[in-house]
Design a protein around this ligand. Structure first.
Ligand SMILES: [Zn+2]
Ligand SMILES: [Zn+2]
Length: 164
């Protein structure tokens, strides 16, 4: 009789020890889970739309000189695709001006990398001289008349990224 009652007491104690931490865990865990869900929902719903498309936003942060095949120039935000010329409607592309010390300035079309490794800084990867073909920009731009390396006149707009 004495043995049986000891066993019963021990079992109750063991069960009691297991129950207390679970009750504490549930008591803290449920509000914590609700807090996390609320925070995540707030982040997803509350973010401005452009923050969910970082690459487009980065390029659109900058203004570029654009030029169409008819020679119309205008200023517009950066984007990977061509942009319709506001004067004639033909597709325009961003342009940069390069200077040869002997032959003067040449307007060069530039093309951005759609798969830039750094989403913070879309990279210009190709250029095209007037009536030329798209060429890799990594080797620099050479004068179409004397083949000497030319210097870009304007600073790289992407190197002065604005921090909103
Ligand atoms: Zn035009
Ligand atoms: Zn030259």
């Amino acid at each position: 009789m004495a043995r049986a009652s000891t066993t019963t007491i021990r079992r109750i104690r063991v069960v009691g020890k297991e129950r207390t931490p679970w009750a504490v865990r549930l008591g803290l865990g449920i509000p914590l889970a609700l807090l996390i869900i609320a925070f995540v929902s707030w982040r997803l719903v509350g973010l401005p739309e452009e923050e969910l498309v970082p690459r487009q936003r980065q390029l659109a942060d900058f203004s570029f000189a654009w030029s169409c095949p008819n020679g119309h120039s205008f200023t517009g935000k950066g984007q990977l695709e061509s942009r319709p010329c506001p004067t004639c409607g033909l597709p325009a592309v961003p342009v940069d001006v390069y200077r040869c010390t002997e032959h003067g300035d040449v307007k060069v079309e530039i093309h951005f990398d759609s798969a830039s490794e750094d989403p913070q800084r879309p990279k210009a990867i190709q250029f095209r001289l007037p009536k030329g073909a798209w060429t890799d920009l990594s080797a620099g731009v050479r004068c179409p008349r004397c083949d000497k390396p030319m210097q870009r006149l304007a600073d790289d707009p992407l190197s002065h990224r604005k921090h909103p």
